[in-house]
Design a protein around this ligand. Structure first.
Ligand code: CP3
Length: 362
């Protein structure tokens, strides 16, 4: 693949054209190009830890806020105003495209996604029709608005990975052991493959809507895929994640692939085809470099709970992440998973500044 700078002429479907995004440290690092400083953003930077978010969301259910362009734009911008982050992440949820095609679900505060009729047989697959751009006009409108407001800060679009979406749909809600999910994966491989195929289609369609409207990178959150072994990942998940990344490639935007507890899967996640592999806090980045095939950038991986320690500890740990990240062909600094709800926003502000200062020294 050509190492063109994102936003250049051979990214025809990226609505930015040749704007100053071509100098974005985040996009450059994703492309394994030299950067003036290590770029940083935080998974789940928009949301629960910000008082201005909690005020805005008062009385508005989660899924309703994800369907209102004015709220999406404002919530996406809130962390960008506070922190010197190098990218914004679109405010939405991995369940939004499922809701948009008519799946009866809710996101319950403190619980997570809850599905009214879990999908456990072939007849239930009928509930999963293809997603059309007209199903999510509020996404298109909000992305367009954001791209105008963000200027030289790139917007990351995202979608759920197929294992993670399948787990919510099959279990009917959050699950520790993924009992029903694995029962289907092991016991009914054809039904499993048919479900994964529809979910991969949904993810591809949702990402395409965001990129067509102007998102300049995408992340696939397959958060719970660390629950499977490498052998099962290769057989039952990889074909579907590979197809997602292959179908997004022609859009010309960097593709990030993230999961939690995926230390044993990092090599296979690299094989799935994304440009950037996200690493949680359990595997040091220099070790992750050895596990992921050459030709990939890495993203991560400060333990989000480190932010509850005194600043001196945060600084020491962040410098360690930066040092190990220097062994990668490209490094995007992030937490190893999302910002925890009780995180002090001032710590994140200091951390973003530290990442810039400490990495520019080199
Ligand atoms: O800042 C951002 O990263 C953008 C917004 C975003 C949200 N969800 C908003 C949200 C993103 C990228 C997600 C992805 C998401 N949603 C994932 C993958 C990322 C991860 O953390 O692993 C998953 C597994 C979900 C499903 C989901 N939605 C969960 C588990 C929860 C938390 C439930 C709870 O309250 O503990 C949600 C709800 C949700 N999604 C909130 C936000 C801001 C909190 C809801 C609220 O504020 O009322």
């Amino acid at each position: 693949m050509a190492l063109d700078v994102a936003g250049s002429d051979d990214s025809p479907l990226n609505a930015h054209g040749g704007s100053d995004l071509s100098r974005s440290p985040f996009l450059l690092a994703c492309r394994r190009r030299p950067v003036p400083h290590t770029p940083v953003w935080f998974m789940r930077q928009a949301g629960r830890s910000l008082p201005e978010y909690l005020r805005l969301r008062e009385g508005v259910p989660m899924l309703e806020s994800c369907a209102r362009p004015d709220m999406i734009v404002e919530i996406t911008l809130q962390p960008v105003r506070r922190y010197a982050v190098d990218a914004a992440i679109f405010f939405s949820d991995i369940m939004v495209p499922l809701k948009a095609i008519g799946v009866d679900l809710d996101i319950k505060p403190g619980v997570g996604p809850v599905i009214a009729d879990p999908i456990r047989d072939a007849a239930a697959l009928g509930a999963l029709r293809p997603l059309e751009p007209d199903d999510v006009p509020y996404v298109t409108e909000a992305v367009r608005g954001l791209v105008g407001e963000l200027g030289s800060t790139p917007l990351i679009g995202f979608a759920g990975g197929p294992f993670t979406l399948a787990s919510y749909l099959i279990e009917g809600g959050p699950s520790k052991n993924h009992d029903h999910t694995k029962a289907m994966m092991y016991g009914e491989p054809e039904l499993w493959a048919a479900l994964m195929e529809r979910l991969a289609d949904l993810t591809i369609a949702f990402l395409k809507v965001q990129v067509a409207a102007g998102a300049s990178a995408v992340q696939v959150f397959d958060s719970w895929v660390g629950a499977v072994s490498p052998q099962d990942y290769r057989e039952s998940v990889l074909p579907h994640t590979s197809r997602i990344f292959a179908e997004i490639e022609p859009l010309g935007v960097p593709r990030i692939h993230f999961g939690v507890g995926t230390g044993e899967l990092l090599g296979l996640m690299g094989e799935a085809g994304a440009d950037v592999v996200g690493v949680d806090w359990r595997v040091p980045l220099d070790e992750a470099v050895r596990r992921v095939e050459p030709g990939k950038a890495l993203q991560g991986n400060l333990d989000p709970a480190v932010l509850f320690a005194p600043w001196e500890t945060v600084e020491r740990r962040a410098r360690d992440v930066l040092d190990r990240g220097r062994t990668a062909e490209g490094h995007v600094f992030n937490l190893g998973h999302g910002v925890l709800p009780s995180t002090n926003p001032d710590m994140l502000a200091r951390l973003a500044d530290l990442v810039h200062e400490a990495s520019a020294e080199h």
